[in-house]
Design a protein around this ligand. Structure first.
Ligand SMILES: Nc1ncnc2c1ncn2[C@@H]1O[C@H](COP(=O)(O)OP(=O)(O)OP(=O)(O)O)[C@@H](O)[C@H]1O
Ligand SMILES: [Mg+2]
Length: 509
């Protein structure tokens, strides 16, 4: 029997009924039921490992449920794979990128009904189709470029362009903005709102409160694989949403420092990188957490990267514990006890086919081995300690590939924290990490600074996070140090003012 997919009054666009899914002993989803209305933006939220991505897999046929049904416009559907789902108007952009890197953008976007010229593929027509689609969505991309050369954000746009097809009933976006800058995310919000206006239902998975508030009509919360609540966004306040996710109230809070700061650990003077930043000087003391704030593109991350030796052409001086170091390479800086956690954790290579233990222990191998022999018990103890501290959801012997996206992030964080560095450089330490764990990461940063006397230099776009954990805020504006604000005086407003001032007098100089 073939069912016509049409909307009729009162029938949910999608109805999830009693879905359960296990991976061996792990119950990723337990008897989950809720409805999605036609033409709504429906936020799906929950802690790392709550089961969100698993549900996306079940709906789109990437995974098969153990029990339960999915109804599309009132008709039972059980897709065998995401391609079949797409032919029925159900498309997803998955949390893990899913493109063919060695093909062009056009070849990735135009799948299924290829335009033909006689027996041959009509490449010009294909390019034209892709170009039109990208333009309609407001993405400025050349369809001939190879996917392997794209930034994470661009690849994300290509995936979206591929998913959006005529007759789209349901689009699922699994953490679509976690790698995007605010302006790129803004383009996505506009696109999603246009889809909604055209009657498409959108499922939006995110850990960002601000965008959930901005977009969502309805919110569904999952916790530990179970459905907790589905409610109109207007009826579920932030605090209630967080309570439903975490099982308790959570607030990002400043914890006043009682420990004295020690001597300067990281001293940076007159750092210059042509075309990127200039005249950057600052200190980070033993026990201190300094945040670098500023707009995306202001040079924040580049300053951190230069301090880690990733821009050998940089000029200026750097001292660690009073000793001058030339930041010629990461190896040089690592020998001085400087560790860097980049924003793009996957590129830095957590190794998915290895266990949590192996990943966490890897950078600490030297301190864990004795005369060249590994000490598995120490390795396991180290991993167990980090798993506990960051509440990583998964046994320490589990492969990283079996973890949820956010839990993989935690493993990446844990592996560097375990090396006990002198200077810790963190770029967006809690991206993709749920609100409950965020607070734990902040506690951990405070402990590392205050008790283990590390100097921490963090880049963060999350202003509540900056205000909660740092002792001092450096604000970068267009590659210059625009302000240094002591935490007692810092507010979201004065940080933003320092980050954006100067724009108005652009061109008057
Ligand atoms: N292929 C797999 N093998 C074993 N366990 C898995 C597999 N996929 C997911 N799991 C487990 O199922 C649970 C739910 O994972 P899921 O990826 O759905 O979480 P999530 O809500 O998307 O989290 P995040 O916010 O971190 O992306 C986790 O405990 C995870 O470790
Ligand atoms: Mg996920």
């Amino acid at each position: 029997m073939t069912a016509e997919v049409t909307a009729s009054a009162g029938v949910p666009r999608l109805s999830v009924q009693g879905i359960s899914k296990s991976f061996e002993a792990i119950h990723a989803l337990r008897d989950v039921s809720f409805d999605l209305a036609p033409g709504e933006i429906h936020a799906l939220v929950g802690e790392n490992g709550a089961g969100k991505s698993t549900l996306v897999g079940v709906i789109t046929g990437l995974l098969q449920a153990d029990h339960g049904h999915v109804l599309l416009n009132g008709t039972d559907v059980r897709f065998h794979n995401p391609l079949e789902a797409r032919t029925k108007g159900v498309a997803a952009v998955f949390q893990d990128p899913n493109l063919f890197p060695h093909l062009s953008i056009a070849e990735n976007i135009v799948t299924g009904a290829y335009p033909r010229k006689g027996p041959l593929l009509d490449l010009a027509a294909m390019r034209g189709l892709a170009r039109t689609k990208l333009e309609q969505l407001g993405f400025d991309l050349d369809p001939d470029r190879l996917v392997a050369e794209l930034t994470v954000a661009e690849a994300q746009f290509v995936e979206i362009a591929r998913a959006v097809e005529p007759g789209l009933q349901l689009l699922i976006l699994d953490e679509p903005t976690s790698a995007l800058t605010p302006s790129e995310a803004g383009r996505l919000y506009t696109m999603v709102e246009a889809l909604k206006a055209a009657g498409t239902t959108v499922v939006w998975i995110s850990h960002r409160m601000d965008e959930i508030r901005r977009l969502a009509d309805t919110i569904t919360v999952l916790r530990d694989g179970q459905h907790v609540v589905t409610a109109p966004a207007s009826e579920l306040g932030d605090d209630d949403m967080i309570k439903a996710m975490v099982g308790r109230s959570v607030a990002l809070q400043r914890v006043p420092r009682t420990e004295e700061l020690g001597p300067v650990r990281l001293r940076v003077r007159d750092l210059n990188l042509a075309g990127t930043f200039a005249d950057i000087s600052f200190d980070v003391a033993e026990g201190e957490i300094v945040a670098i704030a500023g707009l995306v593109g202001s040079g924040r991350s580049e300053i951190q990267q230069a301090v880690f030796g990733l821009s050998p052409e940089v000029t200026g001086t750097i001292e660690v514990d009073g000793e001058a170091v030339r930041p010629d390479s990461p190896a040089v800086m690592a020998r001085k006890g400087v560790v860097y956690l980049p924003e793009d954790r996957d590129a830095e290579g957590i190794i998915s086919s290895m266990s949590i233990t192996a990943n966490i222990a890897l950078p600490s191998i030297r301190s864990l081995s004795k005369a060249g022999f590994m000490a598995p018990r120490k390795e396991r103890a180290l991993a167990a300690g980090q798993r506990e501290a960051l509440s990583i959801k998964g046994e320490i012997s589990a492969l990283v590939s079996s973890l949820s996206g956010g839990n993989r992030q935690k493993v990446a964080l844990a592996r560097w924290l375990a090396t006990n560095p002198r200077v810790l450089l963190l770029d967006e330490p809690t991206h993709g990490i749920d609100v409950g764990t965020k607070v734990q990461v902040h506690d951990m940063m405070r402990r590392l600074a205050r008790q283990q006397r590390m100097a921490i230099l963090m880049v963060s776009s999350d202003l509540p996070e900056v205000l909660a954990v740092s002792d001092r805020v450096l604000v970068i504006r267009r590659g210059r140090l625009a302000a240094t604000i002591d935490i007692e005086d810092a507010t979201q407003e004065n940080i933003m003012a320092a980050a954006t001032a100067g724009r108005v007098e652009e061109g008057t100089k």
